[in-house]
Design a protein around this ligand. Structure first.
Ligand code: PRT
Ligand code: ZN
Length: 297
């Protein structure tokens, strides 16, 4: 393929990952002009364009070189990697993105008093993820029949086409509504940035690097909190030990101080209520925990 100086990113056109993907890219400072057919979005702030597609098509588009990177559920990517050797050699997960969390799980009818995995032997399992399920069964030395369905997997046991299912679960409400009980996890999933195993040999390399750096910045910022407080100087070391993953801090003198200072600490995670209560016991006052918009340390 000829050298390219624009990066093409595949994202889901509509569905669960569509909005959060676009929102994350906007947070990275990317903006787009949509084409009339709403399939292609031209990158305005950076030479990074979007292709809006069905999530299932993303691994294939990456493999064919139609797109350079994609945002897709790990479940879809992993199924594609397990399904074809060449996909496994060419594609990989670059970065988990912290949204679209779900799990691929086995679920049995509630009336089945399921106790252990051995009971799966010889049973029919309905799923849209045959490759991941097959591998999981093989790794455990289990032999079961896989019934491939492309949708409405959860009704298969009631229809009598399968004994149990292997499907995506997030809240579990769908399983409960279908009188199914979750009994094992095959894969923990979330949206991920997927891309080639080998680095780009042209300008796309620098663009991909830039995008990765900004994505990491946004994801870290999301988890980060600015913690502000008024504290006795004598307790400084104790306080710092109780804050989660401090990456920067300021200790400021106070005009009305009686052995007290103001502390601003950038934490890599949200302090729990219990941690805040401990700080309180160390004599800390006016505790504030704030979200972080952007950070350049
Ligand atoms: O049109 P296109 O093919 O692009 O979209 P799609 O309909 O195939 O996918 P979509 O939008 O439903 O899901 C896209 C991705 O979102 C999936 O590949 C997962 O990575 C992720 N995701 C996160 C989920 C769920 N959570 C989820 N709950 N995908 C599907 N579900 C299903 C689940 O199987 C159940 O049937 O949603 C239903 C509700 O789940 P509960 O457990 O909350 O009841
Ligand atoms: Zn799909």
């Amino acid at each position: 393929m000829s050298a390219r100086d624009r990066l093409r990113l595949a994202v889901q056109k509509s569905g669960r990952l569509a909005e959060p993907s676009r929102e994350l890219l906007a947070r990275c400072g990317l903006s787009f002009r949509e084409s009339r057919d709403r399939l292609f979005c031209y990158g305005e702030t950076l030479p990074i364009d979007l292709l809006l597609v069905r999530d299932d098509d993303i691994p294939g588009l990456l493999q064919q070189g139609v797109c350079d990177l994609g945002i897709v559920g790990r479940n879809v990517l992993a199924e594609a990697l397990a399904a074809s050797e060449s996909a496994g050699e060419n594609l990989r997960e670059w970065l988990p993105l912290g949204f679209g969390a779900c799990r691929l799980a086995l679920a049995v009818p509630q009336e089945w008093g399921f106790l252990e995995l051995r009971e799966l032997a010889g049973k029919r399992i309905a799923t849209s993820y045959p490759m991941l399920l097959r591998r999981w069964l093989e790794q455990r030395g289990l032999r079961a029949e896989i019934v491939v369905l492309s949708g409405s997997v959860e009704i298969a046991p009631r229809l009598g086409t399968a004994d149990l299912i292997c499907d995506l679960v997030s809240t579990g409400a769908t399983l409960a509504a279908n009188q199914l009980r979750e009994v094992a996890t095959v894969l923990e999933s979330e949206a991920v940035l997927a891309g080639p195993v080998r680095p780009f040999g042209d300008e796309r390399a620098a663009l991909a690097e830039l995008l990765l750096r900004r994505l990491r910045g946004v994801l870290e910022g999301r988890a980060s909190r600015l913690v502000m407080m008024r504290a006795p100087v004598s307790a400084l070391a104790e306080i710092e030990r109780r804050l989660p993953r401090v990456s920067a801090r300021n200790v400021l003198p106070l005009a009305d101080a009686h052995g007290a200072v103001a502390i601003q600490a950038l934490c890599g995670a949200e302090p729990s209520w219990a941690q805040l209560e401990e700080l309180k016991r160390l004599g800390v006052e006016n505790l504030l925990v704030l979200p972080v918009e952007k950070a350049l340390l």
